[in-house]
Ligand binder design. Structure first.
Ligand code: ARG
Length: 586
């Protein structure tokens, strides 16, 4: 482990326990970036307060800091450590230590990022579109963010289960199946227009359901048949599921996400578990009848008038609903899948639903040590600040949106001046990666719960905190190697720090592990995105002030090439974990 922050934290903790006793070994060493040094520990200030009680008298934080310093063994790490201000400890790492750690990262295929000591089984539930409905930009975002979370946790050594909780069950399927029969099964299933126009298909069914009593009646009967497992009805249902699945895969393919058909565990999967789930809630005395429905009142959830809010687990007509399915899902994940952690990457609008369902699951004893978290995805807005819609006011089709991104990336890309044009196939490949990468990075670079404005112009810009800028940074490093006739893997250093920009870059590179850790723990990929961006920035400064191929001497050239190699791997690994593709050149 060579992450400066983590290494230092461990050393300060050791000093704390040596100075004040073993009970201080786990105290937060309060390590922060510092304006006057590389890192700062502010632990002496809270500690002085704590010691006042124990020692029975006022304690001067500066003196406490000095006590820590006296026990602190950091001579191998730092070139300077000082007590400053009201009692801060300021650390400046030695150039030799930084260089040695960068060298370690270079030599290690995992970039010296530690793997989890106790790997967890983590279910990352994401994408989760609905059968026979268009995927919308909300699904785009949950797909992209969820995929990044899954990749990051996997890299950190966890056992990740991708879970696509597709909405493929419930009352709408009665009308959808009847509509399919009315249209003619062959026509609806084989004609590609039905694939691309799921919205129209769904709406047509809805219109008939609302306006045609005979159709509505047929639809209701069909739901009963579906739930009873009637083979012919199940076959028709499967036709609908297949059509949608093909459509989802078109979008997943364009996006380059890691989801496959094997990851689909839709709502239908839990159908047989609904009744036993409800029965257990009844047996445990948690559920009660209210206005004909079976409900649970989780404590603490109140409506506007202060009235207790119910989770309905069986409707008055005897049917189960979305909440029932989610409860059955939690029970299954706990009892059968033995998950340690479940991350629900789902729109923020469902926050209350999840809070209440998690609470009910807790009451039933289905959570135990299993950590359930809702990674709330904020809305995607258009440049007008309203929910993103087509000009006509309809749902934006994801496949078309992605195609437009690629097209616009092409226009931007062709503006770059070059000595000779790229071969058409290579251009197409790059432009595809830039367009898709731009959309994905835009989603990932903002906090996932904040709303964000879908703005092609901004996301496809080659400057600023954008996907193309980062892709370009990686491509630029590759081009240094190409021009120098060196393979990145042959650039082995040794790394020596001789310039402030080299030092700043190397120090940044060492923060990769901590950035990943934070992103993984919080299920917040934007923390990794921010880090990757800061690496690209540090590289730009380095590149502007430190010639690489034309370095003053052979040793400096070798060292700088090695720094370029670690930077390239850090950038491309980081981008890969975000799911942003990296073109060979740009
Ligand atoms: N299919 C739902 C939707 O499109 C999302 C499912 C979220 N996951 C869950 N376990 N309820 O809104």
């Amino acid at each position: 482990m060579s992450d400066p922050q983590l290494v230092l934290a461990a050393r300060v903790q050791a000093a704390l326990s040596a100075a004040f006793g073993p009970s201080y070994a786990d105290a937060d060493p309060v390590i922060r970036p510092s304006q006057f040094a590389d890192l700062q520990s502010n632990v002496a200030l809270p500690l002085a307060k704590r010691l006042e009680g124990e020692r029975g008298g006022k304690q001067n934080p500066r003196a406490v800091a000095q006590e820590i310093l006296d026990r602190l063994d950091v001579s191998d790490l730092v070139s300077d450590v000082q007590v400053s201000g009201p009692g801060f400890l300021n650390f400046t790492f030695s150039d030799e230590w930084i260089a040695a750690q960068a060298q370690r990262a270079l030599a290690d295929e995992h970039l010296d990022v530690p793997r989890a000591e106790r790997p967890q089984k983590v279910i990352v539930e994401y994408s989760s579109p609905n059968v026979a409905k268009e995927m919308h930009v909300g699904h785009l975002r949950t797909t992209i963010v969820g995929d990044a979370i899954a990749r990051i946790l996997e890299f950190l050594g966890h056992d990740v289960v991708r879970d696509n909780h597709v909405g493929d069950w419930g009352t709408p399927f009665g009308m959808l199946i009847e509509h399919l029969l009315d249209l003619g099964e062959d026509k609806a299933a084989s004609n590609d227009s039905s694939v691309s126009d799921l919205t129209a298909f769904y709406q047509a069914a809805r219109v008939k359901f609302d306006g045609d009593e005979e159709f509505a009646e047929r639809s209701r009967k069909r739901v009963v048949l579906l739930q009873a497992g009637d083979p012919e009805t199940l076959r028709l249902w499967n036709v609908l599921v297949d059509v949608s699945r093909r459509y989802f895969n078109v979008v997943y393919g364009k996006l380059g996400v890691t989801l496959t058909d094997d990851d689909i565990k839709g709502e239908s999967f839990y159908n047989d578990l609904l009744a036993p789930t409800v029965k257990e809630l009844e047996d445990k005395g948690i559920a009660q009848v209210s206005e004909g429905a079976l409900v649970v009142f989780p404590p603490g959830f109140k409506g506007r008038e202060g009235e207790p809010l119910p989770v309905i687990i069986r409707k008055s007509d005897g049917g189960y609903n979305y909440s029932t399915t989610d409860l059955a899902t939690i029970r299954f994940r706990h009892d059968a899948e033995h998950a340690d952690r479940v991350v629900y990457v789902v729109g923020a609008a469902q926050a209350l639903h999840f809070q209440m369902v998690f609470a009910v699951a807790g009451m039933a004893g289905w959570t135990g040590d299993m950590r359930l978290e809702h990674a709330q995805i904020g809305n995607v807005l258009g440049t007008d600040g309203k929910l993103l819609r087509t000009r006509a006011g309809g749902t934006v089709k994801l496949a078309e949106l992605l195609d437009e991104a690629v097209e616009r990336a092409g226009t931007e890309f062709d503006k770059i001046e070059r000595d000779e044009p790229l071969p058409a196939a290579e251009r197409a490949d790059i432009v595809e990666k830039v367009g898709i990468g731009a959309v994905k990075y835009a989603d990932l670079s903002v906090a996932l719960d904040s709303e964000y404005i879908f703005d092609f112009d901004r996301m496809i810009a080659f400057k600023g905190n954008t996907g193309p800028y980062l892709q370009y940074a990686a491509a630029r490093i590759r081009s240094i190697f190409r021009r120098g006739g060196v393979e990145p893997q042959d650039a082995t250093g040794p790394i020596v720090i001789g310039h402030a920009a080299e030092r700043a870059l190397a120090l940044r590179l060492l923060g990769f592990g901590a950035a990943l850790q934070q992103a993984g723990d919080a299920a917040e990929p934007h923390k990794l995105a921010g880090y990757v961006y800061s690496v690209a920035d540090a590289f730009t400064t380095f590149f502007e002030s430190c010639p690489v191929l034309k370095a003053p001497d052979e040793a400096t050239r070798a060292s700088r090439l090695a720094l370029c190699a670690v930077t390239l791997r850090t950038l491309s690994t980081g981008l890969d974990l975000l799911g942003v593709p990296v073109p060979e050149r740009m």
